[in-house]
Design a protein around this ligand. Structure first.
Ligand SMILES: C[S@@+](CC[C@H](N)C(=O)[O-])C[C@H]1O[C@@H](n2cnc3c(N)ncnc32)[C@H](O)[C@@H]1O
Length: 250
């Protein structure tokens, strides 16, 4: 391997290199990774997220709105896994799926083909101003790709984009509260992925990408931020090692 190349991932029989590009920031790599993995995303999820039904189920439960037809913004919506569950709960809802990976949103468009009340927005939510107001703003497994300042700024814009009484739900990968807990949480997660029927190279790719691209923050810190920004009823409705669903209300 020459010095001008980085190993992006390895399979037993295939090495893929990407040229070193010092001007790249990790977020570009996040987009490249999701564009590249879009077609296999849905089928692999249950082997990557422990207790996946309970995790997403808690997110849908937390998205409590008194009316039948809330307006929803799903941030980092990807192929629409969380959006689909929200629409099962609120069949009359209107929903905007925002994501910066065209490939992930293409799959979401196929998933929801023919349904009215759908909007798809290709955008980077670090820079998107979120000018409209929504009753529910949700996100699953996405915001951990941002650094601390970007997370805080996004939470502020989310607060500003909620209608009164509107709820933010973040189903997220979070950092352990201590280094010891973080190590144990990742050991649990590694074992879950390594026990899955995924090919060996795929397991290494998934865990390697997590270690390289994820910027987890402690749950206690993020809940503190939500409170500081002005959210009420800030709470955790689900937690399993690295996976948490937390929420706040405007
Ligand atoms: C792990 S997927 C989660 C998708 C979906 N929410 C789910 O639960 O299956 C993370 C998604 O966040 C998107 N994403 C990451 N950073 C983003 C950003 N700055 N702006 C918009 N989308 C982003 C990725 O493209 C990807 O589709």
């Amino acid at each position: 391997m020459s010095e001008s190349q980085d190993v992006l991932w390895m399979r037993p029989t295939l090495w893929i290199y990407i040229p070193k590009a010092p001007h790249w920031i990790p977020m570009d790599e996040v987009k490249v990774a999701f564009d590249a993995g879009a077609s296999e995303y849905d089928t692999q999820r249950r082997w990557i997220i422990p207790d996946i039904e309970a995790f997403y189920g808690a997110a849908v439960w937390a998205a409590a709105w008194p009316g039948e037809a809330p307006s929803i913004l799903d941030i980092g919506a990807g192929t629409g896994l969380l959006s689909a569950l929200l629409l099962q709960r609120y069949p009359k809802a209107s929903i905007t799926l925002l994501d910066n990976s065209e490939k992930m949103l293409e799959i979401a468009k196929k998933r929801f083909a023919g349904r009215s009340g759908m909007q798809f927005m290709v955008a980077d939510y670090r820079h998107e101003s979120l000018p409209r107001k929504y009753d529910l703003i949700t996100s699953a497994l996405s915001i951990h790709h941002l650094d601390r300042e970007e997370k805080y700024a996004l939470y502020q814009r989310i607060f500003g984009a909620l209608n009164p009484g509107g709820i933010f739900v973040n189903a997220e990968e979070v950092k352990g509260e201590s280094a010891w807990q973080q190590e144990r949480n990742f050991a649990y997660w590694d074992a879950f992925v390594n026990d899955s029927p995924l090919p060996v190279g795929k397991k290494a790719e998934i865990l390697g990408r997590r270690d390289r691209l994820d910027q987890e923050e402690r749950l206690s810190v993020q809940m503190g931020w939500l409170t500081e920004i002005g959210f009420a009823d800030v709470d955790v409705v689900y937690k399993n090692r690295s996976f948490a669903v937390f929420t706040g209300r405007r």
